[in-house]
Design a protein around this ligand. Structure first.
Ligand SMILES: Nc1ncnc2c1ncn2[C@@H]1O[C@H](COP(=O)(O)OP(=O)(O)OP(=O)(O)O)[C@@H](O)[C@H]1O
Ligand SMILES: [Mg+2]
Length: 395
């Protein structure tokens, strides 16, 4: 039986569809890492559009002269129970580098020893070795008051690794869910730190990505005129599948799903070409009958919790004020800032907080007509169905 997964599968290539253009575009940028031009990218796109999947595939397919690291900030944040610090992020980068190297242990033994020596050379008096994370079998110092040294060490390491091997031409570091870096103590300083090292390392590429609206404040913080990267990050937006791509994707990868023409139009309207929704809706559709408009509509209504499952988690983590904000946008088809200030029933400073937070999570976006609107149709649909069936919105 063919499966269309809704979470990250181990065998990416088996399930990955298309994206040739995006892959070529991103790889063209990344390839400059071999020619001493450090690529710095920012990949945006709707939730579930496939940014993580795409970048994992791109990293997997890099040639053997490029080392890669994939860092998911949400994992670090989860481990730290929500308390993210600069030190934890740096340690996670270091650990991820260690894991990458461990995979190539045999072939790179020589220069691993070299790096191990470098680690030893660090002045250790301010570090504490109680923590037993290890890299190349050498304990990593846990920082106490020597942040400067730790950051320098970690941020310079990838270039040192490349420099120490004739077989290597570059190092690519992907930072997923980067918007969560906003939770470190001084996010602006942290982005500046990354930038200051990134621009001096000619064979190290950084790719930032996450579930964040194109107009989010965090994007300004990292890449706006006043931001650390000051517009130097090349911003690439990943679009949902087109109508035709969705059709081909279903033909190739679905478990023999069949549609009438109108049925497929409805399917596309519901999923809007977002692979996460294509996969989750496909998994609940009957594959023993030709799906028409009605089957699509009914199946979606009956299985909305399964199709929109991502939103159940996200909704549960929002504050009551943020939920009120979203419901207001839903019921009024979007709203301007002035209307929100007057009508929402919260202070202006609270409204500012809601806007920042929801933009940074990619839940709302700023649209034409100076309105804030909900970024995701499935969220709207889920809320509407919940209201219709329960008489109230989810708590
Ligand atoms: N090119 C693709 N081919 C097949 N399935 C895909 C593709 N891209 C994404 N998917 C499916 O959609 C799901 C969501 O993709 P992914 O997690 O990469 O989205 P995302 O853009 O990173 O979302 P978020 O913003 O929530 O992190 C994946 O688990 C995968 O099942
Ligand atoms: Mg993702």
């Amino acid at each position: 039986m063919k499966i269309m997964p809704v979470s990250m599968p181990k065998d990416i290539d088996k399930y990955f569809f298309n994206r040739t253009k995006d892959i070529n575009m991103i790889n063209t940028q990344l390839s400059t890492v071999k020619f001493d031009i450090p690529p710095q990218l920012l990949i945006t796109g709707y939730r579930g559009v496939g940014k993580t999947f795409l970048l994992r595939k791109i990293l997997n397919d890099q040639s053997s002269d490029i080392l890669t690291v994939f860092l998911d900030i949400s994992e670090i944040m989860g481990r730290q129970k929500g308390n993210l610090t600069e030190e934890e992020v740096l340690k996670a980068i270091l650990n991820a580098i260690g894991e990458t190297m461990a995979q190539h242990k045999k072939s790179y033994k020589k220069w691993m020893e070299k790096i191990a020596l470098n680690i030893k050379k660090l002045e250790l008096k301010d570090y504490d070795f109680s923590n037993n994370i290890e890299i190349f079998d050498i304990p990593i110092p846990v920082i106490s008051d020597n942040y400067d040294k730790l950051s320098k060490f970690v941020m310079e390491l990838p270039q040192k690794i490349v420099d120490s091997s004739d077989e290597l031409n570059g190092f690519i570091i992907v930072i997923d869910e980067f918007q969560l870096l906003k939770n470190v103590e001084d996010p602006e300083a942290f982005f500046w730190l990354m930038r200051s090292f990134a621009q001096k390392q000619f064979n190290v590429g950084y790719v930032f990505t996450g579930s964040v609206s194109k107009t989010a404040e965090i994007i300004n913080m990292i890449n706006g005129q006043e931001g650390a990267f000051g517009g130097r990050l090349i911003q690439i937006n990943i679009d949902p599948f087109t109508f035709d791509e969705t059709k081909r994707y279903i033909d190739e990868k679905s478990n023999n799903l069949k549609f009438t023409d109108e049925g497929f139009k409805r399917f596309y309207a519901c999923t809007r070409g977002i692979p996460l929704y294509i996969n989750s809706l496909s998994s609940v559709l009957p594959n023993n009958s030709v799906c028409d408009e009605n089957i699509i509509k009914q199946t979606l209504q009956l299985n909305i919790d399964q199709v929109a499952i991502m939103w159940i988690y996200i909704w549960g983590r929002l504050s009551p004020g943020e939920k009120d904000f979203i419901i207001y946008l839903l019921e009024h088809d979007g709203a301007t800032r002035a209307t929100l200030d007057q009508q929402l029933g919260y202070s202006k400073s609270s409204v500012t907080r809601f806007i920042d937070s929801l933009l940074n999570q990619g839940i709302i976006e700023f649209s034409r007509g100076n309105k804030f609107v909900l970024a995701d149709k499935m969220l709207q649909f889920w809320l509407k169905i919940k209201f219709e069936t329960n008489g109230c919105y989810p708590l």
